[in-house]
Design a protein around this ligand. Sequence first.
Ligand code: ADP
Length: 488
Amino acid sequence: MKKITKILIANRGEIALRIMRTCRVLGIRSVAVYSEVDRSSAHVVYADEAYCVGPAPSIDSYLNLGQILEAVQKSGADAVHPGYGFLSERAELAEACRERGIIFIGPSAQAIRDMGDKVLARNLMQAHDVPVVPGTVGEITDVEEALAIAEQIGYPVLAKAAAGGGGKGMRKVNSAQEMEQALGRAQGEAGSAFGDARIFIEKYLESPRHIEFQILSDVYGKCIHLFERECSIQRRHQKVIEEAPCAHMSAGLRTRMGAAAIRAAQACRYVGAGTIEFLLDQDHNFYFMEMNTRLQVEHPVTEYITGLDLVAEQIRIAEGISLPYEQGNTEIHGHAIECRIYAEDPASGFLPNPGRVTYHQVPTGVGVRVDSGLDVSGDVPIYYDPMISKVITWGRTRDEATERMIGALSDYQIAGVKTTRQFCRRVMQSRAWRDAHLSTHFVEEHPDLLTEQARAPIEAAAAAAVLLQETPGSNQFSTTAKWNRRNR
Ligand code: ADP
């Protein structure tokens, strides 16, 4: 066992800050790294020390392993936390840390490799009795093979990149006629996005839900799960709203999926916090999709329903402390929801809209948490993911968490860039959300939620009445008062 005293956080934005806050609670010093455009970012200001790791493009800074390792050495940090994205799922960072006697807060390089390759992971899962989506055993090498497999499992199928991530490198194939072209495109996309053109094929599930299980494993092989998160509300195959627990989840299904998640983690001798992603079909069959060998963006909903600080758990596991929890003693308390606030325009297909945020004031209140990388103003640089913040609410029931989310999103003041704030608020107010009628096609199935004009007539009338009260040129309201009126 080795006590960690100083952690370098190889990341930026909200997740870097969130990790540093736990460091402060635990009495651990934090080291920030930053690119030239992030020089005065909130995570740099908050850290105990900070090192520049290069120019703005991530390939030259946050993905620059050499520069990151140099900052580790200069700072004398005894551990590295990779956050999510960037180098978090690159085995080289884990390996380089271990070679230098630095603690990597995450699993072994081997586990990252096994799970980062979707073809390898599928095979490993099958060998450990974890159901996978029907499809190929290995990579696809020619069209004939792909056609034969598709014939066997039935169309539509999905051509997926073995090295895929972030919703990229995926193509739906509806018929044999489309196969050759789809394979070519998927390979091309995978080659340029991941430098690895290998493709495999699996059954395309028509209207699935994305349900994932959070697991924790210590170095002694003890593994527990911390229940599920529903992440079905997605755009471009990427999550935008998540909740825990799932609204529709029987105790039996939870037990079976949780046990499969633990088998999956144990299959790669996993150490740390990780997530097993499943697809659930309409007949409640579940299939392993992938394992994320890091902290997820949506981890706070699990923190709310369990009361645990997952970063603190990761640090303790990395120090070699054994897990003090038993599966039988873990319980779900209430319900939590996360809405991601992106600088994106939902009305234009969620087109990224980076730029200068001229005013930013986050909401607060009972059961409201906001993880943000921005202060009262600041830039959303074009170089990185355009997520500005995450609003997370907790309630004793799903309805209470929803009400608190509607209140928080109404109070959230952000100016200068288009965001997903109002879209999330409309989702929270929709009948489909209230009924928890969810699938990964939620966004396509509810185009009315994308724009303001399509609001329910009663709500639109109320909003119009409020606007009428605000006479143009009147200076009787402060900016905040106007904001509040417009948003209720
Ligand atoms: P990535 O690693 O790029 O995030 P995933 O394999 O995790 O890719 O899939 C991302 C999303 O794509 C899923 O949440 C789901 O919406 C969709 N998806 C993936 N596989 C399938 C499938 N076999 N059938 C239907 N949808 C799928």
